[in-house]
Design a protein around this ligand. Sequence first.
Ligand SMILES: [Zn+2]
Length: 197
Amino acid sequence: MIKKFFDKDDQQLIAKLAEHYRAIIELIGEDPDREGLLKTPERAAKALIENTMGYSQDAEAVVRSAIFEHPGSEIVVVKDIEFYSLCEHHILPFFGTVSIGYIPDGSIVGLSKLARVVETYARRLQVQERMTDEICQLLTRVLSSQGVIVVAKAQHMCMMMRGVEKQHSATVTMQYSGAFQDVNMRAEFFRMLEAQK
Ligand SMILES: [Zn+2]
């Protein structure tokens, strides 16, 4: 994987990206010197850097920083972690929620870290299927658990704006490992999600 470690205050990077945005604005027939657009290249550059900050974040370190011993083995469910990502085919937003379940096997992870993990994988050029898979793989690898399940539900601007999809339909993706290969365990996870409504 290409690792880019950039800083959101990196002026050189902002200037370079802004130059490209200026060219794009011209190419679509707009006037980059029009008053409303004067600062747009720089703002767009900063927004892109922010929305792809995941490349410079280490999800594994995030999880490792907050693992606590835990004797229980009852399923832990965190529902509806909001995320915002960019589809790698059109560089348009897709966004929604991720719900995570795992069965502790000796330890648990701080709940806020799960949200950070989601953000790390969301803030890149992504496809929803891979994002779901990457979150599941990372947690499976780093947490000591009997199994992990990740469900993502999202709306894709590239489909909504182009009218490919009915405007309010959502795409749902799921990945699981370990004990969640058992259909009954998955059913238990979904029951717990329902119960949290
Ligand atoms: Zn797309």
